[in-house]
Design a protein around this ligand. Structure first.
Ligand SMILES: [Zn+2]
Length: 320
């Protein structure tokens, strides 16, 4: 597919080059200094502009990794807890395979045509805002100059920011002071995992309840997510653009309610590759691969080869 786009692009470039030579010859005759706005639109220029708009964009593959907690206590390692060594090995692996970590704002710039993504972007996401993000992940991100996205639960951060609170690395969450320091470094990108909806009781995470009207549900979402957004503004001066679904619970009503609060990105937990064409709608359900203890990350990264070798394969086929 990518190869087809490349040959189409080459073909279009040739047409453009010919049209450009012809059109410059034509306009040179009546050359003037008037601005493009005042100038009468040359039909050939117009054709050029139309082609530029319809040229198919190159789809971008974006793997996203989902982390939770990091611990040095080997007895605690499981699906949601990995060791600091495992996290460091991941960073090296991604770097060695040519990946560049990106922030949420990079994705938004990409879909709003205000910026481009690096050749092989990757996103590292941490859910729940545990203090181990600061103690173990943050120093390694600085060491390797890589970025990660942290989605915190507002109520726990408020609780662990209180003076005199009893802390333990097994269960403590980030404080606002730690968040501020991480945010200022440029290696930590902070987003919303609800203020206080990270529970499964009458509703599952941030999903609507059975007989809740859209109006009632949208108010619940606006109040809860909005409260954490306000606290972010107060502490770090920016409001998050991404929402991370508690427990991966996602449906269309949640998507619409979250969109209405002003978010442009939703992280879900479906474990597959994201292939983005540049449509902003694609950011409302981003898939993520869970990084659990003892997961064979070499195997995972190799399984993505099929997404990145298409160009090579197509070129080889062309040469046959
Ligand atoms: Zn969570």
């Amino acid at each position: 597919m990518k190869g087809m786009f490349t040959s189409m692009k080459k073909c279009l470039s040739l047409i453009f080059a010919v049209l450009f030579i012809v059109s410059s010859g034509m306009t040179a005759a009546g050359s003037d200094k008037t601005s493009r706005k005042d100038k009468k639109i040359d039909p050939i220029d117009d054709l050029f502009a139309d082609y530029a708009l319809v040229a198919p964009p190159e789809p971008v593959n974006l793997p996203i990794i989902m982390y939770h907690q990091i611990s040095e206590n080997r007895g605690r390692l499981d699906t949601y807890v990995i060791s600091p060594d495992e996290f460091e090995e991941d960073l090296k692996l991604f770097k060695d395979n040519g990946f560049t970590t990106i922030a949420v704002s990079d994705l938004i710039k990409f879909v709003t045509k205000k910026g481009e993504l690096p050749e092989k972007p990757i996103m590292l996401t941490f859910d729940d805002g545990f203090e181990s993000d600061y103690v173990y992940a943050f120093p390694l991100l600085k060491k390797y100059e890589m970025k990660a996205i942290f989605s915190i639960i507002g109520r726990f951060t408020d609780m662990f920011s209180e003076e005199g609170v009893v802390k333990h690395i097994n269960y403590s969450h980030l404080s606002w002071d730690q968040i501020t320091e991480m945010h200022k470094s440029g290696f930590a990108d902070f987003h919303n995992h609800t203020y206080d909806m990270h529970v499964i009781d009458k509703r599952r995470g941030a999903l609507p309840r059975k007989y809740e009207s859209d109006e009632e549900y949208e108010k619940v979402i606006k109040d809860d997510l909005g409260k954490l957004n306000e606290e972010y503004k107060e502490h770090i001066g920016v409001s998050p653009e991404a929402f991370t679904c508690p427990f991966g619970c996602y449906n269309d009503r949640l998507k619409e309610a979250v969109r209405k609060v002003g978010f442009s990105v939703i992280f879900s937990s479906a474990q597959t590759m994201n292939t983005l064409t540049g449509d902003p709608e694609e950011l409302f359900k981003l898939n993520r691969f869970v990084r659990e203890h003892n997961k064979n990350m070499d195997k995972l990264v190799s399984s993505w080869d099929k997404y990145y070798n298409k160009d090579k394969e197509n070129k080889n086929n062309d040469n046959k």
